[in-house]
Design a protein around this ligand. Sequence first.
Ligand code: FAD
Length: 306
Amino acid sequence: MKSLQKWIVSMRPNEVIIIGAGPAGIAAAIQLKRSGLNPAIFEKKKIGGLLNNANLVENYPGFPGGITGPGLVALFKKQLESFGIKIIYEQVESVDYENRLFIVQSESKITESKSIIIASGTRPKKTTDFMISDNIKDRVYYDLSDLPDVEGKNITIIGAGDAAFDYALNLARKNNVAILNQGHTVKSLPLLYDRARQTDSIEYLSQIRVLEINESSAGQLELKCRKNNGDIDIASDYVIFAIGREVRLDFMTENLKKKRNELEKEGLLHFVGDVNGRIYRQTAIAVGDGILAAMKIERKHRGLAL
Ligand SMILES: Cc1cc2nc3c(=O)[nH]c(=O)nc-3n(C[C@H](O)[C@H](O)[C@H](O)COP(=O)(O)OP(=O)(O)OC[C@H]3O[C@@H](n4cnc5c(N)ncnc54)[C@H](O)[C@@H]3O)c2cc1C
């Protein structure tokens, strides 16, 4: 059995474990460190989380004129380093609760803690309309930050929300981009839509439905689409789906799910940032959540009422 091969890292449980080093988890870690608590923070991929995808962050105070998502992540990283906070680069596979301790199983170890902050964010929704065959999978993406740095390519983005337009503005600096909206309503901020419309290298098509994606004889991706009852083909080097996101909580055991409300009330279990599944998902909100959870944990640690 896999779990038996793992070992509990420390005989003494951690005061706090944080799952996810996106903006919410980072903010919580910094605040906890300032309070004298040393959180163990797990990250499965990259510091900064979804913020690595953002083209231009204009609503995070302190940056007149805005800052790129990766630019803001670099500053967050620097701040973590200045506090001596180390990230454990491992995916958390399960979280349970027994004998008043959280039991966190990650790729190589089992770690325990008295309280936990879940900052695992969201994952992209995958298309269920058609299959993406294995031979084209390496050219179909769901997160912009996974796409290599490409130039002079034709890239199709499927979606009509903030992410679709933000991705387009980002990629259009060096590529030609088509945004395909299945409906006729644009769900993004009008500002992003207007900027995209003013960008020559972005083409926007509405009421167009992608039926399947294949590889053409020339080796390109070929999107078979339906528009106004007629069929059209769009050739593309890469496709990015931006069709919504869902919360990422698959590591919670059934036992923990049952105890969730009780542990939240006790101030031992906290969900911060996008993982809350609210319709409002922004960096400043995630950061605020992270700071608040950390302050509550610190108060509880000192035996003060929450
Ligand atoms: C294209 C785009 C543009 C955006 N632009 C803006 C903007 O201009 N302004 C703004 O305020 N916000 C913007 N956002 C939103 C912002 O990026 C998010 O609201 C913010 O990143 C949420 O932070 P979070 O920490 O809650 O979650 P996330 O950023 O999603 O971070 C969660 C982290 O948890 C990690 N994780 C998940 N599961 C596990 C596990 N099992 N084990 C270990 N680690 C795990 C993930 O790898 C990830 O790093 C944008 C988002 C996108 C996609």
